[in-house]
Design a protein around this ligand. Structure first.
Ligand code: DGL
Length: 276
């Protein structure tokens, strides 16, 4: 058995860091490897086949680095690739490994945030088209009406470091206006893409005060704490050194490090990885 068995955290780019930060706060004792597929981000507009292929390649790279458990800290990958990976790829390749997503844990609790029972889920095109949030939320909160809004330009703005610049305001307002036009009774906005918390300041500035913005980081972290309590066979495998390693598929690692730096107290030094 490998001595170093970190938790793997995957996203198409830097968005998963919004989840990793919460997980590292809740469970600082474990070792972690973060992998961002920045060279091929965004995933949001890509086909099912491509998202599955890219996600699987990254998950396999994390397995090869010793991770027995991988969190898809990406809604698009959770919506489009998770089920096939869980039901087909893992069975064939390595049934002892586990891959978890972010949609299910979010759907389990999101209904508790709304009083009007109407929420808007903002996500990538892929996540919205999959209808995953509608299906999953209906299982836990059948009385909650779910409106969906895709925000296809938000991830490119974030991946290019433009999210805190004045130019981003136009597209923040545009998609929020479109979302709120769907119903006057929406009181909760779920940021159903792990990149979107980077736009929280601007999003809140364009929303009326009575609308609550919910990010997934703490929700997913709490759900992982719970998962590891229920699965001691997995928890016992995980190595405990508090080490954090960062890998990115872009060869511009200083760019990744710069963007990642705002998430953690210590500087981030990432390494380039080729997953194909
Ligand atoms: N962070 C990913 C998500 O949660 C962004 C997907 C993309 O690359 O478009 O959906």
């Amino acid at each position: 058995m490998l001595n170093n068995q970190p938790v793997g955290i995957f996203d198409s780019g830097i968005g998963g860091l919004t989840v990793f930060r919460s997980i590292a706060e809740a469970l600082p004792q474990y070792d972690y490897i973060y992998l961002g597929d920045n060279a091929r981000a965004p995933y949001g507009n890509r086909s099912f086949k491509t998202i599955h292929q890219y996600t699987l390649e990254c998950v396999e790279a994390l397995f090869e680095m010793g991770c027995p458990l991988v969190i898809l800290a990406c809604n698009t990958a959770s919506a489009k690739a998770l089920r096939t990976i869980q039901q087909q790829d893992l069975k064939k390749n390595d049934p002892s490994k586990r891959v978890l997503g972010v949609i299910r844990p979010t759907a389990e609790v999101i209904g508790n945030y709304t009083r009007t029972k109407e929420i808007a889920v903002l996500g990538t095109k892929g996540t919205v088209q999959s209808g995953s949030y509608m299906l999953e939320i209906a299982k836990f909160f059948p009385d909650v009406v779910v409106h969906q809004q895709s925000c296809p330009l938000w991830v490119p703005l974030i991946e290019n470091g433009e999210h805190d610049k004045p130019g981003a305001d136009y597209f923040v307002k545009k998609y929020l206006d479109e979302a709120l036009a769907k119903s006057q009774d929406i009181d909760t906005i779920l940021l159903g893409c792990t990149h979107y918390p980077l736009l929280t300041q601007k999003i809140e500035a364009y929303l009326p005060d009575h609308i609550r913005v919910v990010s997934q980081g703490d929700i997913v972290a709490k759900s992982l704490v719970d998962y590891l309590q229920r699965h001691p066979e997995m928890e016992n495998k995980l190595s405990r050194g508090g080490n954090r390693q960062f890998f990115t598929t872009t060869d511009d690692t200083p760019d990744f490090d710069h963007m990642a730096a705002s998430f953690f107290p210590e500087p981030v030094t990432s390494s380039f990885i080729q997953v194909v």
